[in-house]
Design a protein around this ligand. Structure first.
Ligand code: ZN
Length: 342
């Protein structure tokens, strides 16, 4: 039987923006409805990401470690234009009853039971929040998860530039506006996503927030010393809060050498990160955060239809059905219920 997966991060909304269909199977990318059904992909955080005009290629150079400077803060007009597209995207996500925007853990479970995909609206970077009132406006439209930053600075915080090998301690912590935004998220019970945030920003959120700490798509720095990954101290802080880490399938955040080489990265590399996180944090604190449609996964996990192969690899490492169900969806639903309060 296919294990249903609730996944911490995908960028399929970007592909819908590019004109790809979600309902029809594509030979490109990683995620669409027919493939989701075959692989057991049952829902997750669907990211709204505002790319900058200067984005460029984020991939690794073939001949060694990679490093990119911070892109300048995104222009407010880009964010505004993106916000205007939001309703359109929501309609696309809601297409033909195959997928539903959910606002509570109970609604996720209803979707699981009905065979519909449960989509949580997530902002990867708080650039669309220009004014404090905007957060509540987006909340009313369904926003339930917010990453303060992508890998760049904005008026709230600093994201890590993509560097390897390097520490995530890349700059200052949250601005006063960032601290205020964390408190507003707590008040509205919006999940605060720590992935992409730098080390000092991470610990600022840990000090302020009263919710379980969550990094939706990050890995263990001890196994792959990318700025995007979490140090043992960060992992301990997350587990101490009853939070969760969603394991990222991006090969550059998995491999010991930091190289972006999907074909030579075994699926077992993902299993190794899961095992490390489980040993460090406990079985309740580990989920998935594939980054499908946003990054290059190992070839053996080349799209959502391959998810069952990951569970087979974990079974080979001694994980039983109950444990696999926690990693696949149970832990995510628990943390979301605690954060959202319903
Ligand atoms: Zn990301």
């Amino acid at each position: 039987m296919t294990i249903p997966v609730f996944d911490g991060h995908n960028d399929v909304v970007l592909r819908l923006d590019e004109g790809r269909s979600f309902l029809e199977e594509s030979s490109e990318g990683h995620l669409d409805l027919p493939r989701a059904r075959r692989g057991g992909f049952a829902g997750g955080l669907f990211a709204i990401f505002v790319s900058g005009p200067e984005q460029g290629d984020m991939g690794g150079k073939p001949d060694g470690p990679y490093s990119f400077p911070l892109a300048p803060a995104i222009a407010p007009e880009v964010a505004l234009a993106r916000a205007e597209h939001l309703e359109e995207i929501l309609r696309a996500l809601d297409a033909e009853g195959a997928i539903r925007l959910v606002r509570s853990a109970a609604e996720i479970e209803e979707c699981f039971a009905a065979g519909m995909i449960a989509a949580v609206l997530h902002f990867e970077g708080a650039e669309p929040i220009l004014l404090p009132d905007d957060l509540e406006r987006f909340y009313d439209r369904g926003l339930r998860s917010l990453g303060l930053v992508w890998s760049r600075a904005n008026k709230y915080a600093e994201g890590v530039p993509f560097r390897f090998p390097a520490s995530p301690d890349t700059g200052p912590g949250l601005t006063e506006e960032g601290k205020q935004l964390v408190r507003m998220c707590n008040r509205l019970r919006i999940l605060i996503d720590l992935s992409h945030l730098n080390l000092r920003g991470f610990f600022d959120v840990a000090d302020i927030s009263d919710a379980p700490l969550v990094a939706s798509h990050s890995n263990a720095h001890a196994l792959c010393s990318s700025t995007r990954n979490l140090t043992d101290e960060q992992l301990d802080t997350i587990s101490g809060s009853g939070g969760l880490v969603g394991v990222n399938f991006a090969v550059g955040f998995l491999r010991e050498d930091g190289m972006v080489e999907p074909d030579s990265t075994p699926l077992d590399t993902v299993a190794r990160h899961i095992e490390y996180l489980v040993e460090r944090m406990g079985i309740e604190c580990v989920g998935l955060g594939s980054d499908y449609e946003g990054a290059a996964p190992p070839a053996e996990l080349g799209d959502v239809t391959r998810l069952p192969a990951l569970f087979e690899a974990l079974r080979d490492r001694g994980y039983d059905d109950e444990t696999l169900a926690k990693i696949a969806h149970g832990n995510w639903i628990r943390v979301l219920r605690e954060t959202w309060g319903e």
